[in-house]
Structure formats: C-alpha cells, structure tokens
Design a protein around this ligand. Sequence first.
Ligand code: HEC
Ligand code: HEC
Length: 355
Amino acid sequence: MHRWLEGRPTQFALLTLVAVLIGGIIEYVPTALIESNIPTIAAVKPYTPLELEGRDVYIAEGCVGCHSQMIRPFRSEVERYGDYSKAGEFVYDHPFLWGSKRTGPDLHRIGGKYPDSWHALHMQDPQATSPGSIMPAYPWLFEKQLDDSLIGAKIAAMRTLGVPYEDGYEMQAAADLKAQAQTIAANLSESGMVVPADKQIIALIGYLQRLGTDIRGDAEYMAELEALMTKIEQGTGFEGAQLLVEDMDLAAGKAIYQSQRNLCYTCHRNDLGGQVGPNLTDNYWLHGCTVAEIMSNIKSGFQQKGMLPYGSGKSLTEEQLQQVASYLISQQGSNPAKPKAADSTRASLCEAQTW
Ligand code: HEC
Ligand code: HEC
C-alpha cells in the first residue's frame, strides 16, 4: 500500500490534504461553536463610544509599533506594569493591539496610573514628564477635530463582531461620547490646560485611562485606599518627625523621588520645578510644610488632583517617607529653571522655618 502511494505523488498529496483537513476541522469546529470556550470576565465591559474613537486614534497614530498591551505572568513584568493580562480582557478588542515591540513600556494597565493632565502634557511633549524620553510628540492631536460622525456605524460593526452593545445604542452613542469628552476637558481645564472637548487628544486620553482597569479588583483597591485615607485624616502619627540631614538619608530620599516605582519626578519634574504637581522648591505650600505634614501628604496623596497615595500607590515605610520629605526640604530655594508658578489662590508662604 505504502509503496503504491509513494509512486503516485499527486494522489498522495491530495489524500494527505484530506486527512489533515479532517483532523483540523474536528479540532477547530467545537472551539468556534461552543461559547463557553471564549473566556469572558463579567467585569469586562465594552468600550464607551469615546474610548472606541480613542482606540481608533491609537491605531491611526501607530502607537502599537512601540507599545505592547500584554503583560506576561513573569515577576519582572508584574512588578513593573501590574497584574498580568488575562485572555478574557481582550474579548471586545477588534482588532487586538497586543503588539510585539516594546520601545516604550507596556500600556495594558496604564489606566488610572496618571491623571488626565499628565497624559495631555506627555503627548504634547514627552520629555516634559519623562526626562530623556525618545517618544515622539503628538501636538496635532490637540488641533485635529475628532470626527464622530461614524460612531453609530462603528457601534453596529462592533456588535456584528460579538460586542454586546444594547440594541439601539447607536442612537445614544454620540450623546454619551460628548458627555465623557466634556468630563475629560473639565479635568484638564482644572489643571490649567484648555483643550476643547472635540479634539482627538480627548478621545485618546479616554481610551488610555480605560486600559486594564476593568478587572483590577477596583472595589477591593478602592476600599484599601479609603481605609488608608480615613486613617490619615485621623492624624498622621508622624507628629514630631525630625528633619533628616545626613547625606545618606538625603541620597536615599532622592533615589525614591527619582524612582520608576514612586514616579514623583513624572509629575513634579526631576528638578522639583513642578509640572502636573506643584513646584516643590519654593516656600509656598498648599498642604503644610512641616516634615510631619509633608510625610503625611506624600502618604495620602491627593487623589482628586491625580496624586495617588505614595505617588504611585506603592507604599513607602515611615523611614522612607521621612527621607523623601527631608530630600524635598533640602531642595528648598534651589531655583530650577522655568518653575511652575505657585497657585496664589490656594498656596501660602511658610513662615520662619522650623520644619
Ligand atoms: C518611537 C516609539 C514610540 C511611539 C511611536 C509611541 N511611544 Fe509612547 N513611549 C515611548 C517611550 C520610549 C516611552 C517611555 C518614556 C516616556 O514616558 O515618554 C513611552 C511612554 C508612553 C506612556 C507612559 C507609560 C508609562 O507607564 O509611564 C504612554 C501613556 C504612551 N507612551 C502612550 C503612547 C501613545 C498613546 C502613542 C501613540 C499616539 C505612543 N505612546 C507612541 C515610545 C513611543
Ligand atoms: C501623578 C502625578 C503625581 C505624582 C506621581 C506625585 N505627585 Fe505630588 N502632587 C501632585 C499634585 C497634582 C499635587 C497638588 C495637589 C493639590 O493641588 O492639592 C501634589 C502635591 C504634592 C505635595 C504637597 C505640596 C504642597 O504644596 O503642599 C507634596 C509634598 C508632593 N506632592 C510630593 C510628592 C512626592 C514625594 C511624590 C513621589 C513619592 C509625588 N508627589 C508624586 C501630583 C503628583
């Protein structure tokens, strides 16, 4: 039999093809037909219309060429980027944007890491928030109008691909899009950046802020933050903390300030001159200027304004807080170039310093 087949290459190739096809179909058909094979996660919801448009901006600008959206379950990645990516988080991504190149960091858990104003500044001038960044600037996103005339059709197209938008949502989509855009524009203007709500950058920020947030166990995380906030409001426990002056402590404080882990520099600048957050080198303070108060302010952060507890939500020990606070104080009067102006309506000058 074998000898007979080998002597007839054409028939042999055809029969092999048939055999492989049968095997393939038997493997593939159940996977495609049985819905429970698709790992959905209840907390993962379809993108809002604005986020969908922002996603299209992300695709059009080719961000995927430098950024992945796929955190692998390795310790090094989880520590840097956050919880690893689950298959069920991508069910509404058409097309998916996992990417295969990381010239820049992974973006799957970028949502909520920074305030809206950080993203706006970063897109306008990446070096402003990230000294030495090689990411290109995208100033035109602040000028180009977001074309939302096709949003209804996009919603319908997504639905045919299996995204569960409610029937008739097309009619509602444009209004929802405008409302969410207004919220982001309002956040920006509160930070002193005037950007009309109908620009492409607004949609892109909406999309970035959504990424990876659906399953972050936000309820648990928020409860934890809440508990932290109440504890802090009841008194810091730092009263009487002393200013550290040893070189070793100041160097440790500086290292924390400049670390990727706590991110202080991305909002207050490497030279502390202020950016998203206030200038920390002048003697105008919004929330108190003693070592104890500064420690407690770093611990609590200012979530409404975009600063998470400990800068990035990753905790510091009491000693570390004291080191960073002392480092900040050591930089008083360092006069960095082009500092952010003090908010004269809120900040007050600290009187004769006892820290
Ligand atoms: C040429 C490669 C390149 C391209 C294209 C690019 N980026 Fe980046 N991106 C980087 C690099 C490098 C960094 C790290 C330094 C920095 O923060 O700027 C970065 C950082 C970021 C960060 C901050 C990540 C973090 O965790 O701190 C965001 C958000 C971001 N990019 C979004 C985008 C978006 C949106 C686009 C498309 C409009 C884009 N990038 C295009 C290279 C790139
Ligand atoms: C995502 C942006 C962001 C990051 C990261 C961040 N901050 Fe802030 N920070 C802010 C903003 C915004 C404010 C102003 C809050 C306000 O307006 O009430 C602030 C306020 C402060 C204040 C109070 C200043 C005052 O005038 O009373 C201190 C101190 C401070 N930050 C230190 C730090 C340190 C130290 C880190 C790192 C551990 C850090 N921040 C990380 C955005 C940030």
